[in-house]
Design a protein around this ligand. Structure first.
Ligand SMILES: [Zn+2]
Length: 394
C-alpha cells in the first residue's frame, strides 16, 4: 500500500495519525500530561458521526472512559473491544506528536502502545455501524483511561457490569493471539538493625549487612528455583530486586535498609499465595542469620490464562485465518487489562494488537504500517465471527 498517498491509506492509519497528534499523556507520570480528555472528545465525535451510541463514564475529573455500543439484538453474545487512551510521557522522543512514516513504520508516541490497536478497533466499530449486518453479535468498545498507571479506567468499567461474553484487549502482541500473560507481586522489604557510631560497629547491627543476606538468598536460592519451572507460553517466573536504599550517614551503622522486589508470576500462580510464601520463606530461612524483616505490599496482579477452547479464542483463530493471518496462540511476559476482565468478571479474554512491546515506552516508538492494517481487519473479522461461531456451535 502506498502510504505516501493519503487517499490510498487504510482508514485505520488515518485514525491513528489523528490520535498520535492528540497528546494523551497520563498525568500521573508528568505534570504536563493532558490526560485522555482530548482523545475522548475525538473518539466521541467520530462515533457519534457514525451513528454509534456513546456513553461517558467519569473516572477522574476530566478523564472519562468512553463506552461505545452497537446493538444488533444479540446481547448474550456481546464482544468487548478494550484499549486504553493514555500514553506514557513524551520523554525525549523527537516529534512525539507528529506521525511520521519511514521504512514501513509509523512513528509517534502511542503508535504502538496502544493507539494502533484503538484505531483498528474504532475502524471495526465504524464499519459495523455502517453495515450492521456485518456484526455477528452485539459490540461494545471501551476506550479506557489510566491503564499506564493503575488500571483505574478498566476497574471503573467493570463496576458497570455490562454483560460481555468475550473480550479482546488491544496491546502490542505483534499480531499474535495472546491467551496467557504473567502476573506480578511487588513488595518492599525492610531490614531493621541498630544504629551505632561507626568507630564502634560491634555496638550496632547493620541493616545493610542483613539485607545483603536477603539479596544473596534471593539471587542464589530463589532465582534458580524459579528458573527451573516453565510455563509453555510464558516461560519461567522471575524475581528482580529493583531498588535499594539504606543508611543515612557514612559514620553511622545503618539501622534500616529497604529493597523493592518485582516477582513475575506464571499462569497457575496466585498473587496472594506467592506473596505469602515468599515472605514466610525469607523469614524462616533467614531468621537464624539474624535478619529482621518487615514487608509492605506494593502491587498484586493476576496472570492471564484463557482456556484454548473458550469461544473468544476459537473465534480469534478463525478470524485470523479468515484474513490470512497466523492463528498461533502465544503468551507474553507483560501485564495488561485482560487479566482483570478474566479475574474480576470471569470474561474470557485475549490480547491482540499491532506492534511489539519492545517499542512501547521508548523514545523512538513506532508500529509497522502493515500491522496496523492487518490488526484492523482482524478486529473487523472477529466482530463478524464471534457471535456467529457461538450460534453455529451452540
Ligand atoms: Zn498499553
Amino acid at each position: 500500500m502506498a502510504v505516501e498517498d493519503l487517499n490510498e491509506r487504510h482508514p485505520a492509519l488515518r485514525i491513528l495519525e489523528d490520535m498520535i497528534r492528540i497528546q494523551s499523556v497520563n498525568p500521573h507520570f508528568d505534570p504536563g500530561g493532558r490526560g485522555e480528555g482530548d482523545m475522548a472528545d475525538y473518539i466521541e465525535r467520530r462515533c457519534a458521526a457514525a451513528g454509534l451510541k456513546v456513553t461517558r463514564q467519569t473516572v477522574f475529573p476530566g478523564r472519562d472512559n468512553l463506552i461505545i455500543e452497537l446493538r444488533v439484538g444479540k446481547p448474550d453474545q456481546t464482544l468487548l473491544f478494550e484499549a486504553h487512551m493514555d500514553t506514557v510521557t513524551l520523554g525525549a522522543m523527537e516529534n512525539a506528536l507528529e506521525p511520521v512514516y519511514r521504512d514501513g513504520r509509523l512513528y509517534g508516541r502511542g503508535a504502538c502502545d496502544t493507539k494502533g490497536s484503538l484505531a483498528g478497533m474504532l475502524y471495526a466499530m465504524e464499519r459495523c455501524a455502517a453495515q450492521p449486518g456485518l456484526a455477528g453479535g452485539d459490540l461494545v468498545l471501551c476506550a479506557s483511561v489510566d491503564e499506564e498507571h493503575a488500571y483505574r479506567g478498566l476497574l471503573a468499567f467493570l463496576e458497570l457490569d455490562i454483560p460481555v461474553a468475550g473480550a479482546v484487549v488491544g496491546e502490542p502482541t505483534e499480531l499474535g493471539i495472546t491467551v496467557a500473560n504473567k502476573g506480578c507481586v511487588r513488595v518492599a522489604l525492610t531490614t531493621h538493625g541498630k544504629a551505632a557510631h561507626s568507630s564502634m560497629p560491634a555496638e550496632g547491627d547493620s541493616a545493610i549487612i542483613q539485607m545483603m543476606r536477603v539479596i544473596r538468598f534471593i539471587h542464589e536460592r530463589l532465582e534458580p528455583e524459579l528458573a527451573a519451572r516453565v510455563h509453555p507460553l510464558c516461560g519461567s517466573p522471575t524475581i528482580v530486586v529493583g531498588t535499594i536504599r539504606g543508611g543515612t550517614q557514612i559514620n553511622i551503622v545503618p539501622d534500616r535498609c529497604v529493597i523493592e522486589i518485582d516477582r513475575r508470576l506464571i499462569p497457575g500462580e496466585r498473587p496472594e499465595i506467592v506473596e505469602h510464601e515468599l515472605i514466610e520463606r525469607l523469614e524462616r530461612e533467614l531468621a537464624s542469620e539474624g535478619v529482621k524483616l518487615t514487608v509492605e505490599r506494593l502491587l498484586l496482579d493476576w496472570a492471564l490464562d484463557t482456556p484454548q477452547e473458550a469461544p473468544i479464542v476459537q473465534a480469534a483463530r478463525e478470524a485470523a485465518s479468515g484474513v490470512g493471518l497466523s492463528d498461533r496462540l502465544q503468551g507474553v511476559t507483560y501485564g495488561c487489562d485482560a487479566s482483570k476482565l478474566q479475574e474480576l468478571r470471569g470474561i474470557p479474554s485475549i490480547v491482540y494488537g499491532p506492534g511489539s512491546i519492545a517499542e512501547a515506552h521508548t523514545n523512538h516508538e513506532w508500529v509497522p504500517v502493515s500491522d496496523v492494517e492487518q490488526a484492523a481487519e482482524f478486529y473487523l473479522q472477529l466482530a463478524r465471527t464471534f457471535g456467529r461461531l457461538g450460534a453455529v456451535k451452540g
